[in-house]
Design a protein around this ligand. Structure first.
Ligand SMILES: [Zn+2]
Length: 111
């Protein structure tokens, strides 16, 4: 059974949360569970899975001359799903209208 470390999320006074711990279960992220989804110059898009709750964080890390900054988004996507959606074409207004026109029974089978 994985060892869990519980910490309170580290929120600063400006509301920015430290991304070293999962904001959902407060377990510390294991850096060995971080996988690179993409890279561009000094930017890295990471998928970091939480060993505590099974959710993950998509984190954009940017290295600049003044330091390293990051921003994260909680997700339930696996690394493979995140890769697939990252490579997929964006959803357009036409896609949304086409989905809206589908019969209800087809939509219920898709969900
Ligand atoms: Zn978690």
């Amino acid at each position: 059974m994985p060892k869990r470390q519980h910490h309170q999320p580290h929120a600063s006074s400006d509301g920015v949360t430290n991304l070293a711990a999962c904001p959902l279960c407060a377990a510390s992220y294991d850096p060995h569970r971080a996988r690179v989804l993409g890279a561009h110059g000094e930017e890295r898009l990471l998928h970091v899975a939480c060993g505590g709750c099974g959710n993950a964080m998509l984190t954009l890390v940017v290295v600049t001359p003044s330091g390293i900054s990051s921003v994260g988004l909680i997700t339930d996507l696996s690394f493979e799903d995140a890769q697939r959606f990252r490579e997929a074409s964006p959803v357009s207004a036409d896609h949304v209208l086409a989905a809206h026109a589908l019969p209800t029974d087809i939509i219920s089978r898709l969900l």
